[in-house]
Design a protein around this ligand. Structure first.
Ligand SMILES: *Cc1c(COP(=O)(O)O)cnc(C)c1O
Length: 411
């Protein structure tokens, strides 16, 4: 039985045209079809190329600092009644899991003879990771960012500039992430030969959901081996937050065939799961549809357009989700549930004060869910993908929640 599941879940997916069951595919303008086929073919060639694999493996060890540790959070475990293990992606160079796929995309672009990487960014996390990879590999880098976000996310804008990237403001509409996507896509259409649009998660048209998943699968492969070495067993549960879904699919991919390991994906319930625009719980509240070049669950408004979404974690507020997650939801292999802003912030402080680890607010959603699971699954082991560190969030958290958690800064 497990053999068929093995094949269905991982090795056969996606299909040659990029489908995970009914989800995924490639819904793009005709003028991009040839170029996207070229990227697919180049990637399929390169992923079997020992030279490319060696180069990437070397960067993962000596540049990113892999393998990232798995840490048994004993203080937190004692408090919550389950055994909590943290996969420390927060310790990577640039502070999150995103560097894993940005390096892969940058190397691919270089091998294909592209001159420039382009991408959009919301809070700037993807922009910084990509600008880093571009600097290292030796490519130009243009990052499109809403004018409003440029003002809000000043430190990341400065980082990108120092790294040598151009930050190009999107000045139309609401001047945030959606407009940045429009601007980046328009720029890409102008010269798809010399540029590579480096997508920031397991979303977009084929081959990106497959390619970004493959680059992130190192997280799960390492963590699975580390759990076996450190505890002699596989974890009973694996938990990850889901924005586009790259850190989640990265850690889940190694465990899909282990039927006894329960997998949990955590979506942001924001301020209110029952009000449109106040959350970004795509699979919990959405329905299948097509946006940004692929088919998946999405949150639509009355006109069928992408809904406004919200989460306190800016890395999680995307109105769709990677197509493989939609497939894993329908198949029942992964359970998707939600954590709201308040619960995430509580977990942010809990982990900081129990273990001396300040998590990203995105990752705090996964930590909060692990603490909930501990109540219903006492004594079990729970492996959490700690996707990033919270340095980027400290000022925001203290300004909005400091009082409630006893942070009083003298000034
Ligand atoms: C961007 C980001 C996420 C969300 O992206 P996924 O593709 O869903 O993983 C989660 N955690 C951190 C720290 C991030 O920077």
């Amino acid at each position: 039985m497990s053999d068929t599941i093995t094949n269905t879940f991982l090795h056969d997916l996606p299909s040659a045209d990029g489908y995970f069951g009914e989800y995924g595919g490639s819904f793009i303008p005709d003028q991009l079809k040839a170029v996207m086929d070229e990227i697919t073919q180049a990637y399929l060639d390169i992923r079997e190329d020992p030279e490319f694999r060696r180069e990437l493996a070397e960067l993962y060890s000596h540049y990113v600092g892999r393998p990232s540790p798995v840490f048994h959070a004993r203080n937190l475990s004692r408090k919550c009644g389950a055994e909590i293990f943290l996969k420390r992606e927060d310790l990577n160079h640039t502070g999150a899991h995103k560097i894993n796929h940005c390096l892969g995309e940058a190397l691919l672009a270089k091998k294909m003879g592209k001159k420039k990487l382009i991408a959009e960014t919301g809070a700037g996390q993807h922009g910084v990771a990509l600008a880093t990879a571009a600097a290292l590999v030796g490519l130009e880098c243009d990052i499109y960012m809403g004018e409003v976000d440029i003002r809000k996310e000043h430190p990341n804008v400065v980082r990108m500039a120092i790294l040598g990237a151009r930050v190009i403001p999107a000045t139309h509409g609401r001047k945030t992430l959606k407009e940045a996507v429009d601007a980046a896509f328009e720029a890409y259409l102008e010269d798809p030969i010399n540029q590579l649009y480096a997508i920031g998660s397991v979303v977009g048209p084929h081959p990106f959901p497959m390619m970004v998943r493959d680059f992130q699968s190192i997280v799960g492969n390492e963590a699975r081996a580390q759990m076996l070495t450190q505890t002699g067993q596989l974890p009973d549960n694996v938990v990850a937050c889901v924005g586009g879904g790259s850190n989640a699919v990265g850690i889940f991919s190694a465990f899909l065939e282990d039927q006894d390991v329960k997998l949990w994906g955590v979506e942001p319930a924001g301020r209110d799961l029952e009000t449109d625009g106040e959350h970004a719980a795509t699979m919990t509240k959405g329905e299948p549809g097509i946006m940004h070049g692929f088919k998946s669950y999405m949150l639509k408004d009355a006109e069928g357009e992408p809904q406004e979404v919200y989460s306190v974690a800016s890395g999680l507020d995307y109105p769709s989700v990677g197509p493989q997650h939609s497939f894993l939801k329908d198949s029942g292999r992964v359970t998707y549930d939600t954590i709201n802003d308040q619960e995430a912030i509580e977990a942010f402080f809990e982990l900081s004060r129990s273990e001396g680890i300040i998590p990203a607010i995105e990752s705090s959603h996964a930590v909060a869910y692990a603490l909930k699971l501990a109540k219903t699954h006492p004594g079990e082991s729970i492996l959490v993908n700690l996707s990033g560190r919270g340095d980027k969030d400290i000022d925001f958290v203290v300004e909005h929640y400091g009082d409630a958690f006893g942070v009083h800064l003298a000034n």
